[in-house]
Design a protein around this ligand. Structure first.
Ligand code: PHE
Ligand code: FE
Length: 298
Protein backbone atom coordinates (compact mmCIF):
# COMPACT_ATOMS: atom_id res chain seq x y z
CA UNK A 1 0.00 0.00 0.00
CA UNK A 2 1.25 3.44 -0.82
CA UNK A 3 0.96 6.04 1.86
CA UNK A 4 1.38 9.73 1.31
CA UNK A 5 4.59 11.04 2.86
CA UNK A 6 3.91 12.65 6.21
CA UNK A 7 4.14 16.36 5.44
CA UNK A 8 5.60 16.91 8.90
CA UNK A 9 8.23 14.20 8.68
CA UNK A 10 11.84 15.28 8.96
CA UNK A 11 13.27 12.01 7.66
CA UNK A 12 14.82 12.03 4.20
CA UNK A 13 16.91 9.52 2.24
CA UNK A 14 18.93 12.11 0.34
CA UNK A 15 19.67 15.75 1.10
CA UNK A 16 16.47 17.67 0.32
CA UNK A 17 16.68 20.35 -2.36
CA UNK A 18 17.42 23.18 0.06
CA UNK A 19 20.30 21.33 1.78
CA UNK A 20 24.04 21.27 0.99
CA UNK A 21 25.80 18.06 -0.08
CA UNK A 22 26.82 17.43 3.56
CA UNK A 23 23.14 17.82 4.51
CA UNK A 24 23.63 21.09 6.36
CA UNK A 25 21.20 23.94 5.91
CA UNK A 26 21.04 27.51 7.10
CA UNK A 27 19.48 27.64 10.55
CA UNK A 28 17.41 30.58 9.27
CA UNK A 29 17.15 31.95 12.78
CA UNK A 30 15.18 35.04 11.81
CA UNK A 31 12.36 32.83 10.53
CA UNK A 32 11.40 31.46 13.97
CA UNK A 33 8.03 32.79 15.12
CA UNK A 34 7.35 34.34 18.52
CA UNK A 35 5.43 31.19 19.41
CA UNK A 36 8.44 29.01 18.58
CA UNK A 37 10.74 31.11 20.73
CA UNK A 38 8.16 30.89 23.52
CA UNK A 39 8.13 27.08 23.24
CA UNK A 40 11.90 27.07 23.77
CA UNK A 41 11.53 29.38 26.78
CA UNK A 42 8.87 27.16 28.36
CA UNK A 43 10.97 24.03 27.90
CA UNK A 44 14.11 25.79 29.09
CA UNK A 45 12.48 27.18 32.25
CA UNK A 46 11.13 23.76 33.23
CA UNK A 47 14.46 22.00 32.87
CA UNK A 48 16.46 24.85 34.34
CA UNK A 49 14.48 24.69 37.55
CA UNK A 50 14.77 20.97 37.92
CA UNK A 51 18.37 20.31 36.90
CA UNK A 52 20.48 21.75 39.75
CA UNK A 53 21.23 18.78 41.97
CA UNK A 54 20.30 16.41 39.14
CA UNK A 55 22.43 17.29 36.12
CA UNK A 56 26.17 16.69 35.98
CA UNK A 57 28.41 19.61 36.87
CA UNK A 58 29.82 19.64 33.33
CA UNK A 59 26.30 20.04 31.94
CA UNK A 60 25.36 22.87 34.31
CA UNK A 61 28.66 24.61 33.55
CA UNK A 62 27.99 24.23 29.83
CA UNK A 63 24.59 25.93 30.14
CA UNK A 64 26.34 28.90 31.76
CA UNK A 65 29.35 29.00 29.44
CA UNK A 66 27.06 29.00 26.40
CA UNK A 67 24.65 31.61 27.85
CA UNK A 68 21.74 29.31 27.15
CA UNK A 69 19.54 31.20 29.59
CA UNK A 70 19.30 34.01 27.06
CA UNK A 71 15.61 33.96 26.02
CA UNK A 72 14.57 32.39 22.75
CA UNK A 73 15.91 29.71 20.44
CA UNK A 74 19.70 30.09 20.29
CA UNK A 75 21.19 31.58 17.15
CA UNK A 76 23.86 29.12 15.98
CA UNK A 77 26.04 31.99 14.77
CA UNK A 78 26.29 33.36 18.30
CA UNK A 79 26.40 29.97 19.99
CA UNK A 80 29.23 28.77 17.77
CA UNK A 81 31.48 31.69 18.63
CA UNK A 82 31.45 30.63 22.27
CA UNK A 83 31.50 26.89 21.61
CA UNK A 84 34.34 27.20 19.13
CA UNK A 85 36.42 29.11 21.69
CA UNK A 86 35.61 26.60 24.43
CA UNK A 87 36.34 23.31 22.66
CA UNK A 88 36.54 23.82 18.90
CA UNK A 89 33.04 22.41 18.31
CA UNK A 90 30.31 23.87 16.12
CA UNK A 91 26.60 23.21 15.81
CA UNK A 92 25.27 22.89 12.26
CA UNK A 93 21.64 22.78 11.23
CA UNK A 94 20.21 19.84 9.28
CA UNK A 95 16.65 19.22 8.08
CA UNK A 96 16.13 16.16 10.28
CA UNK A 97 17.78 12.80 10.85
CA UNK A 98 20.77 12.28 8.56
CA UNK A 99 22.37 9.02 7.33
CA UNK A 100 24.89 7.37 9.67
CA UNK A 101 27.98 8.08 7.59
CA UNK A 102 27.05 11.76 7.32
CA UNK A 103 26.46 11.96 11.06
CA UNK A 104 29.81 10.33 11.92
CA UNK A 105 31.70 12.46 9.41
CA UNK A 106 30.36 15.60 11.07
CA UNK A 107 31.20 14.36 14.57
CA UNK A 108 34.71 13.36 13.54
CA UNK A 109 35.18 16.98 12.42
CA UNK A 110 33.76 18.43 15.63
CA UNK A 111 30.45 19.42 14.11
CA UNK A 112 27.28 18.49 15.95
CA UNK A 113 24.21 18.28 13.74
CA UNK A 114 20.97 19.72 15.05
CA UNK A 115 17.46 19.81 13.69
CA UNK A 116 16.44 23.42 13.13
CA UNK A 117 12.75 22.92 13.92
CA UNK A 118 11.11 23.00 17.33
CA UNK A 119 8.28 20.82 18.62
CA UNK A 120 4.73 22.16 18.64
CA UNK A 121 3.25 23.47 21.90
CA UNK A 122 1.08 20.33 22.15
CA UNK A 123 4.21 18.12 21.97
CA UNK A 124 6.16 19.46 24.95
CA UNK A 125 6.59 16.06 26.54
CA UNK A 126 6.82 13.63 23.71
CA UNK A 127 8.19 13.74 20.26
CA UNK A 128 9.57 11.07 17.97
CA UNK A 129 12.32 12.97 16.22
CA UNK A 130 14.95 15.10 17.88
CA UNK A 131 14.13 18.79 17.60
CA UNK A 132 16.30 21.79 18.36
CA UNK A 133 15.48 21.70 22.05
CA UNK A 134 16.70 18.13 22.41
CA UNK A 135 19.69 18.69 20.14
CA UNK A 136 20.85 22.02 21.52
CA UNK A 137 19.73 22.07 25.13
CA UNK A 138 20.27 18.33 25.54
CA UNK A 139 23.55 17.82 23.72
CA UNK A 140 25.45 21.05 23.33
CA UNK A 141 26.23 21.96 26.98
CA UNK A 142 28.33 18.80 27.35
CA UNK A 143 30.25 19.75 24.20
CA UNK A 144 31.63 22.74 26.11
CA UNK A 145 33.50 20.23 28.31
CA UNK A 146 36.91 19.34 26.89
CA UNK A 147 36.71 15.66 27.82
CA UNK A 148 33.24 15.14 26.41
CA UNK A 149 34.18 17.15 23.31
CA UNK A 150 37.08 14.77 22.69
CA UNK A 151 34.88 11.75 23.36
CA UNK A 152 32.33 12.83 20.75
CA UNK A 153 34.98 13.41 18.11
CA UNK A 154 36.49 10.00 18.82
CA UNK A 155 33.02 8.48 18.64
CA UNK A 156 32.59 9.92 15.16
CA UNK A 157 35.80 8.27 14.00
CA UNK A 158 34.75 5.08 15.75
CA UNK A 159 31.45 5.27 13.88
CA UNK A 160 33.17 5.39 10.52
CA UNK A 161 35.18 2.30 11.53
CA UNK A 162 32.08 0.49 12.78
CA UNK A 163 30.39 1.10 9.44
CA UNK A 164 33.27 -0.71 7.74
CA UNK A 165 33.14 -3.60 10.21
CA UNK A 166 29.34 -3.89 10.08
CA UNK A 167 29.14 -3.34 13.84
CA UNK A 168 27.06 -0.19 13.97
CA UNK A 169 24.37 -1.89 16.00
CA UNK A 170 26.86 -2.52 18.79
CA UNK A 171 28.49 0.91 18.65
CA UNK A 172 25.09 2.64 18.61
CA UNK A 173 24.42 1.10 22.02
CA UNK A 174 27.43 2.94 23.41
CA UNK A 175 26.02 6.23 22.13
CA UNK A 176 22.63 5.39 23.57
CA UNK A 177 23.86 4.46 27.02
CA UNK A 178 26.32 7.37 27.32
CA UNK A 179 25.55 10.36 25.09
CA UNK A 180 21.77 9.92 25.28
CA UNK A 181 21.05 8.20 28.60
CA UNK A 182 24.24 8.29 30.64
CA UNK A 183 24.51 8.76 34.40
CA UNK A 184 27.68 9.82 36.19
CA UNK A 185 28.95 9.39 39.72
CA UNK A 186 29.78 12.70 41.34
CA UNK A 187 30.94 13.37 44.91
CA UNK A 188 27.39 14.36 45.95
CA UNK A 189 25.76 11.38 44.25
CA UNK A 190 24.47 10.21 40.89
CA UNK A 191 23.86 12.83 38.24
CA UNK A 192 22.45 12.77 34.71
CA UNK A 193 24.43 13.83 31.66
CA UNK A 194 22.69 12.04 28.78
CA UNK A 195 20.90 14.37 26.38
CA UNK A 196 17.78 12.20 26.24
CA UNK A 197 17.41 12.59 29.99
CA UNK A 198 18.39 16.21 30.56
CA UNK A 199 16.03 17.37 27.80
CA UNK A 200 13.11 15.35 29.21
CA UNK A 201 10.94 16.66 32.02
CA UNK A 202 9.74 13.21 33.04
CA UNK A 203 12.92 11.23 32.62
CA UNK A 204 15.16 13.69 34.44
CA UNK A 205 13.27 12.73 37.60
CA UNK A 206 12.68 9.08 36.72
CA UNK A 207 16.32 8.32 35.88
CA UNK A 208 17.50 9.26 39.36
CA UNK A 209 14.49 8.76 41.62
CA UNK A 210 12.49 5.81 40.32
CA UNK A 211 13.07 2.39 41.86
CA UNK A 212 12.04 0.73 38.57
CA UNK A 213 15.22 0.86 36.41
CA UNK A 214 18.55 -0.87 37.01
CA UNK A 215 21.58 1.34 37.54
CA UNK A 216 24.75 -0.51 36.64
CA UNK A 217 28.38 0.62 36.51
CA UNK A 218 29.53 1.24 32.96
CA UNK A 219 31.46 -1.58 31.34
CA UNK A 220 32.31 -1.15 27.67
CA UNK A 221 31.83 -4.72 26.49
CA UNK A 222 28.65 -5.11 28.50
CA UNK A 223 27.15 -1.94 27.04
CA UNK A 224 28.01 -2.93 23.46
CA UNK A 225 25.99 -6.12 24.03
CA UNK A 226 22.95 -4.55 25.68
CA UNK A 227 19.70 -3.93 23.83
CA UNK A 228 17.90 -0.65 24.36
CA UNK A 229 14.42 0.71 23.92
CA UNK A 230 13.58 3.86 22.04
CA UNK A 231 9.90 4.27 22.90
CA UNK A 232 9.78 5.02 26.62
CA UNK A 233 11.78 5.59 29.80
CA UNK A 234 14.84 3.37 29.99
CA UNK A 235 14.89 0.16 32.03
CA UNK A 236 18.65 0.38 32.53
CA UNK A 237 21.08 3.18 33.07
CA UNK A 238 24.85 2.80 32.97
CA UNK A 239 26.90 4.91 35.35
CA UNK A 240 30.35 6.23 34.47
CA UNK A 241 32.76 6.99 37.32
CA UNK A 242 33.97 10.16 35.55
CA UNK A 243 34.24 11.74 32.12
CA UNK A 244 37.99 11.14 32.19
CA UNK A 245 37.39 7.45 32.65
CA UNK A 246 34.81 7.29 29.84
CA UNK A 247 37.22 9.05 27.50
CA UNK A 248 40.14 6.90 28.56
CA UNK A 249 38.49 3.52 28.18
CA UNK A 250 36.86 4.27 24.83
CA UNK A 251 39.87 5.95 23.24
CA UNK A 252 42.44 3.47 24.54
CA UNK A 253 40.45 0.41 23.52
CA UNK A 254 40.68 -0.78 19.95
CA UNK A 255 37.08 -1.86 19.38
CA UNK A 256 37.87 -4.24 16.51
CA UNK A 257 38.84 -7.23 18.68
CA UNK A 258 35.98 -6.38 21.04
CA UNK A 259 33.49 -6.50 18.17
CA UNK A 260 34.98 -9.84 17.12
CA UNK A 261 34.74 -11.25 20.60
CA UNK A 262 31.17 -10.18 21.29
CA UNK A 263 30.02 -11.39 17.87
CA UNK A 264 30.32 -14.86 19.42
CA UNK A 265 28.28 -13.89 22.47
CA UNK A 266 24.54 -13.36 22.86
CA UNK A 267 23.06 -9.90 23.17
CA UNK A 268 21.91 -8.97 26.66
CA UNK A 269 18.17 -8.53 27.02
CA UNK A 270 17.07 -5.15 28.11
CA UNK A 271 16.62 -5.47 31.86
CA UNK A 272 18.82 -8.50 32.56
CA UNK A 273 21.54 -8.44 35.17
CA UNK A 274 24.54 -10.55 34.15
CA UNK A 275 27.62 -11.98 35.79
CA UNK A 276 30.22 -9.30 36.40
CA UNK A 277 27.72 -6.44 36.67
CA UNK A 278 28.44 -3.92 39.37
CA UNK A 279 24.86 -3.10 40.26
CA UNK A 280 24.20 0.15 42.08
CA UNK A 281 20.45 -0.30 42.19
CA UNK A 282 18.61 -3.35 41.04
CA UNK A 283 15.38 -2.12 39.51
CA UNK A 284 11.95 -3.44 40.40
CA UNK A 285 10.97 -3.02 36.71
CA UNK A 286 7.52 -2.15 38.01
CA UNK A 287 7.08 1.07 36.03
CA UNK A 288 4.32 0.61 33.41
CA UNK A 289 6.81 1.09 30.59
CA UNK A 290 8.80 -1.92 31.82
CA UNK A 291 5.63 -4.01 32.01
CA UNK A 292 4.45 -3.32 28.48
CA UNK A 293 5.04 -6.06 25.92
CA UNK A 294 5.13 -3.53 23.09
CA UNK A 295 8.56 -2.06 23.76
CA UNK A 296 10.46 -1.01 20.64
CA UNK A 297 13.83 -2.64 21.25
CA UNK A 298 17.05 -2.26 19.28
N1 PHE B 1 38.48 3.36 20.11
C1 PHE B 1 37.30 3.13 19.30
C2 PHE B 1 37.58 2.19 18.13
O1 PHE B 1 38.61 1.58 18.10
C3 PHE B 1 36.72 4.44 18.79
C4 PHE B 1 35.86 5.12 19.77
C5 PHE B 1 36.36 6.12 20.60
C6 PHE B 1 34.54 4.80 19.87
C7 PHE B 1 35.54 6.76 21.48
C8 PHE B 1 33.71 5.45 20.74
C9 PHE B 1 34.23 6.44 21.54
O2 PHE B 1 36.75 2.00 17.26
FE1 FE C 1 20.09 13.03 20.82
Amino acid sequence: MLTAPDPESHVYDKPPAHANADWTIDQNWSAYSAEEHATWDTLFARQREMLPGRAAQAFLDGVDILHLSKPGIPDFGELNQILMDATGWQVVAVPGLVPDDVFFEHLANRRFVSGNFIRRPDQLDYLQEPDIFHDVFGHVPMLADQRFADYMEAYGRGGLRALKFGTLKQLARLYWYTVEFGLIQEPEGLRIYGAGIVSSFGESVFALDSDSPNRIMFDLERVLRTEYRIDDFQQNYFVIPSLDELLRVTVETDFKPVYEKIAEMPDIAIADIVKGDVVLTRGTQQHPSAQSDKAIII
